[in-house]
Design a protein around this ligand. Structure first.
Ligand code: DGL
Length: 260
C-alpha cells in the first residue's frame, strides 16, 4: 500500500509546499485539501481558525487515514499545531515564517516578513523574531489581498502590476541600510514569485521555506516503500469539483502523479 500524505491549506497556496514534497516522495498518494469554504484564513480571528481547523483535520484524518499531515498554511500553523498534536496521533508538519534562516543570511540586517494580516499579528511570529532576529531589524508586513491575487493568477486571471506592487512595496526599506531579505510567510506567495522579482525596486533574497518543509516530511517518513507515481486527489471543502483548466494548472505541482 502506498503511503498517504495529506496536505492542507485554506486554498491553493499549499501546492507550493506539496510540489517540494512530491519531488522527494514521488510515490506517495497525495490528498490535497483546500478549505475554500473558509478562505481566506488571513481575515478570520484566531479563535475562529482554531475552532474551524482542529475538528476539520480530525474529519480528514478519519476519511483519508494519512501517514502524515502537512498544514501548508502559515496563518493556521502559527495557531493550531499544539492543538492538533494533542488531539490526534498522526505526525504533523507545519509551515511557519522562516525568520531564523532569513536573519542568518541577511547581510544588511534588514529583513521583512510578508504574510497575511493574521500571521504577522501572531504571538508565535513575534516569538520567532525575539528568539532568532540575530541583530536584524525585522519588519512585519501584513498583506490584505495577496493570497487571493495569487489564486486568481494561478487560475489564469490577469493581475495588474499595481495590485501586486501595492502589497509588496512596504517590504522595501531604504536609507542607511536597505532590506536585502524578504520571507515569504504565506504559502500562496511563491505562486507570484516571478512577478515579485520583476516588480521589486531592487533585488532581494526571497525566502521560501517549502524545500526545508519537504525535507522534514521526508526525514519523518523514512525510506519510501515505492517511488511509483500514484493517483492524487484535490478536495475542496465547498464541494467544488476542480475544473479541467484548474487540474491542468495544478498538474505540474503533482509531478508524475495523476490528479484523479
Ligand atoms: N496560504 C495561507 C498561509 O500560508 C494563507 C492564505 C489565507 O489567507 O487563507 O498563510
Amino acid at each position: 500500500m502506498p503511503e498517504t500524505i495529506l496536505v492542507f491549506d485554506s486554498g491553493l497556496g499549499g501546492n507550493t509546499v506539496l510540489r517540494e514534497i512530491v519531488k522527494l516522495r514521488p510515490g506517495a498518494r497525495y490528498i490535497y485539501v483546500a478549505d475554500d469554504a473558509y478562505f481566506p484564513y488571513g481575515q478570520h480571528s484566531e479563535a475562529e481558525i482554531v475552532t474551524r481547523v482542529v475538528p476539520l483535520i480530525g474529519q480528514l484524518i478519519g476519511a483519508h487515514d494519512p501517514k502524515l499531515t502537512v498544514i501548508a498554511c502559515n496563518t493556521a500553523s502559527t495557531l493550531v499545531m499544539d492543538h492538533l498534536r494533542k488531539a490526534y496521533q498522526v505526525p504533523f508538519v507545519g509551515t511557519v515564517p522562516a525568520i531564523k534562516p532569513a536573519c542568518a543570511s541577511s547581510k544588511t540586517k534588514r529583513v521583512s516578513v510578508l504574510g497575511t494580516k493574521g500571521t504577522v499579528q501572531r504571538e508565535y511570529t513575534k516569538k520567532l523574531i525575539a528568539d532568532f532576529a540575530q541583530g536584524c531589524d525585522v519588519k512585519l508586513i501584513g498583506a490584505e489581498n495577496l493570497a487571493a491575487l495569487a489564486e486568481a493568477s494561478l487560475k489564469g486571471e490577469p493581475i495588474s502590476d499595481r495590485d501586486i506592487l501595492e502589497e509588496i512595496a512596504p517590504c522595501f526599506t531604504d536609507g542607511d541600510a536597505r532590506t536585502d531579505t524578504v520571507v515569504l510567510a504565506c504559502t500562496h506567495y511563491p505562486l507570484l514569485l516571478d512577478r515579485f522579482v520583476e516588480l521589486a525596486p531592487w533585488p532581494v533574497n526571497w525566502i521560501d521555506p517549502a524545500p526545508a518543509i519537504a525535507r522534514r516530511v521526508n526525514d519523518l517518513l523514512g525510506t519510501p516503500a515505492s517511488i511509483e507515481p500514484q493517483s492524487a486527489r484535490i478536495v475542496f471543502t465547498s464541494g467544488q469539483v476542480p475544473s479541467a483548466a484548474l487540474v491542468k494548472a495544478l498538474a505540474p505541482f503533482f509531478g508524475a502523479s495523476h490528479i484523479a
